[in-house]
Design a protein around this ligand. Structure first.
Ligand code: IVH
Length: 683
């Protein structure tokens, strides 16, 4: 018990434990204790430090304090200048080939010499930071500034959980400066803007500006609602440390000190290796949880780097190779109003088509009326459109000085619709305190019905192949399908009679509908389209209640017992099942043959052979899709992580597995194929 130890010894022990758990949670993404347990340790340390202020150390986990206000940012002269890198703007393979050719020429190599080894990594889109560790303790964090002199932003950087306040291990060098990028994940950015929209506040333009703005704030309270992240990619000053001989080994060493290093990196050979890396990352750019604007190639061998040297502030041994931009300018041709699944009315800008983030975009969301007014988007305006990842394209702002004299009126949703739903004519309303106007037509509104059907049939819901928006339009407009259970009453004759529907497509759709009948409780719940119930909540509910009947009858207090379910979500679920026609829909679907395996009672008594295990998926498996594999693993109690670390229990590798497989081998993590995974799942 704590009282047996001196306060100093207990404080040191608590700090040690908290550092360890913070690393597991923030860097490895594999927490070992529940949050509540962490909080308890944290509070115990806080209490000791409050009573014995002399025990407080700068690396104490309690020093990630919010609430510091500085009068100004203090300049910091970098011991080693922070350089920038040359950018290769040719976004085709030519960009990589040109760099390799240049490096070979400068090293005086000929065609008969072997290919050069490169470290290839992501180019994170954030803000460069220099972290200075002295004796293993974070003593200063500074921005790049002009490269010679930056600004001291330690008070803000300390709030980033991923950045260790103390290096791991017993052999921290006397001085180690680590350089990397502070960035914001797309989901953290979307959540921030969602909250801003809800409270009618100003939304942020993009993750990079938000991260960069946050890091340079004088008052670090403004970071309380902004979750920032960090990846290390280089070194500054070091003293008393034997630098590893290659860039890749250096990154491994930094990771071993407890800093986050991105796993999507590789050591490749020659121009062909660079091109392959550029293409592989382009293919998964949308799936990454954060924005990148390119990749970076670095000559791996330090001796060669030194030989190549610098040209005017830029190393000759590194280059950034870009991807097409995720933001572009275009013109607003009109503003439409769409009716969503829950009746929500969303203004959507019709755009002059523009190529952004890898596809042609001609519609972009304006989110809601307040947002449209705040940005003051009008027909005829030139706007900046952003499309990143699988997030819906959005208008981020108007280019004010390009507004034409004949631009449209300020946006007024009610006036535009004369108070009526554009699809069913029902009155529209905007409930007090909400940001959205809604159609009050409910399931009588064909637009809501269509959206509900599309959501139900979606890939992540019941996954009915072949039921797209054109077909749903025909089915609803023709009065053939009114509610979701009607889908299961469709016959060959109904379908084959539809426009552009041959006998073969009709049969395929019927097969798809039949196949969808075997599902999981989580998918079924998600597919019902209950407000506030996304995929994750649906999974949590399925795991907790085990059966739809128990969920439908659950009282508010019982719903609140589910992890991550708060009052708003609980109430929305209760409201949904309090409406008799929703219960009817569930009954009709079950009667039509929709079924799922029992989640034997509640989570606690179902067999969970992967409980506490972390798995990483890489490459293409022979029969399971990534989503299916993830679902099976989670159902068995396991966790799927995006990156391989020492805490990973298994890497499941399929065809064309990439750097994650290399990393697994490097760390000695067990590697399985699909059969191996199935064997594990069966316990
Ligand atoms: S290396 C001497 N690696 O891009 C090499 N930079 O001008 C210094 N960046 O200011 C930079 N990801 O903010 C490097 N994997 C990466 C990077 C990266 C993003 C940023 C960094 C730098 C700018 C390049």
């Amino acid at each position: 018990m704590p009282d047996k130890k001196t306060p100093a010894a207990r404080a040191a022990e608590l700090r040690e434990q908290l550092h360890h758990h913070a690393h597991a949670y923030y860097v490895l993404d594999t927490p070992e204790i529940p949050d509540a347990e962490y909080d308890k340790l944290f509070q115990e340390l806080q209490a000791i430090e409050a009573e014995h202020p002399e025990l407080l150390t700068p690396d104490s986990p309690t020093q990630r304090v919010i609430g510091q206000v500085l009068p100004g940012l203090v300049p910091v002269k970098h011991t080693v200048p922070m350089l920038s890198i040359r950018t290769e703007t040719d976004t085709t393979a030519g960009g990589a080939e040109a760099f390799d050719a240049r490096v070979r020429r400068e090293l005086g190599l000929t065609e008969s010499d072997p290919p050069i080894e490169y470290a290839a990594e992501l180019k994170f889109d954030g803000l460069a930071i220099n972290l200075r560790y002295e004796g293993g303790v974070l003593t200063q964090a500074a921005t790049r500034g002009d490269g010679e002199t930056g600004e001291d932003v330690t008070h803000n950087i300390r709030t980033i959980g991923q950045i260790p306040l103390r290096l791991k291990g017993k052999h921290a060098p006397p001085v180690l400066e680590v350089r990397g990028e502070v960035y914001m994940r797309r989901d953290d950015f979307e959540r921030l803007n969602e909250r801003q929209r809800e409270k009618g506040g100003k939304t942020f333009i993009n993750p990079r500006n938000t991260a960069a703005g946050a890091v340079r704030q004088l008052d670090n309270r403004s970071l309380a609602d902004k979750k920032l992240s960090f990846y290390a990619y280089g070194l500054g000053d070091t003293q008393g440390w034997d630098r590893p001989p290659t860039h890749s080994a250096m990154l491994d060493a930094i990771a071993a000190f407890g800093l986050p290093v991105n796993a999507d990196r590789a050591v490749v050979k020659g121009a062909a290796g660079l091109v392959a890396f550029h293409q592989a990352i382009a293919a998964k750019r949308d799936e990454l949880p954060f924005d990148i604007d390119g990749v970076v190639y670095k000559v791996n061998d330090r001796a060669l780097q030194e030989k190549l040297g610098f040209v005017s502030r830029e190393p000759r041994w590194a280059v950034a190779h870009k991807y097409p931009a995720q933001e572009q300018m275009t013109r607003v041709l009109g503003i439409d109003i769409q009716v969503g699944r829950t009746g929500k009315l969303t203004p959507v800008a019709k755009l002059e088509p523009v190529f952004v983030g890898g596809t042609t975009v001609s519609n972009a969301t304006l989110h809601n009326e307040d947002e449209t007014r705040r940005k003051d988007v009008r027909i005829g305006d030139t706007v900046i459109v952003r499309r990143a990842g699988d997030v819906i394209p959005e208008v981020v702002g108007v280019v004010a000085d390009k507004r034409p004299a004949d631009a449209g009126e300020p946006f007024d949703l009610y006036k535009r619709l004369s108070g009526k739903c554009p699809v069913c004519g029902s009155p529209i309303e905007r409930p007090e305190g909400e940001a959205d106007w809604r159609c009050t037509g409910g399931i009588t509104c064909p637009a809501q019905r269509k959206q509900a059907l599309l959501h139900f049939a979606g890939r992540r819901a019941m996954d009915i192949e072949g039921l797209g928006d054109k077909l749903v339009d025909q089915l609803v407009d023709g009065g053939i399908v009114k509610t979701v259970p009607d889908l299961y009453k469709l016959g060959f004759a109904n379908l084959a009679a539809l426009e552009r529907m041959g006998g073969k497509s009709a049969q395929n759709l019927l097969d798809g509908i039949e196949k969808s009948k075997s599902t999981t409780l989580a998918r079924f719940l998600y597919s019902l389209g209950i407000r506030q119930v996304g995929e994750t909540t649906a999974k949590d509910l399925a795991r907790h209640f085990g059966s739809i009947d128990r969920l439908m009858d659950a009282r508010l207090e019982e719903l609140l017992e589910v992890p991550d379910v708060g009052p708003i979500v609980a109430e929305s679920i209760r409201d949904f099942f309090d409406q008799p026609h929703h219960r009817e829909v569930v009954d009709q679907l079950r009667a039509a043959g929709v079924n799922w395996p029992d989640v034997a009672g509640t989570a606690s008594d179902a067999p969970r052979p992967l409980l506490g295990k972390t798995l990483v998926l890489t490459g293409t498996l022979p029969t399971l899709s990534r989503d299916e594999a993830k679902e099976l693993i989670e159902a068995a109690g396991g966790k799927v992580s995006g990156s391989v670390s020492r805490k990973t229990n298994y890497v499941v590798a399929g065809e064309e597995a990439g750097s994650k497989l290399d990393k697994a081998r490097e760390l000695g993590v067990a590697v399985l194929d699909e059969d191996g995974l199935r064997a594990l799942l069966e316990g």
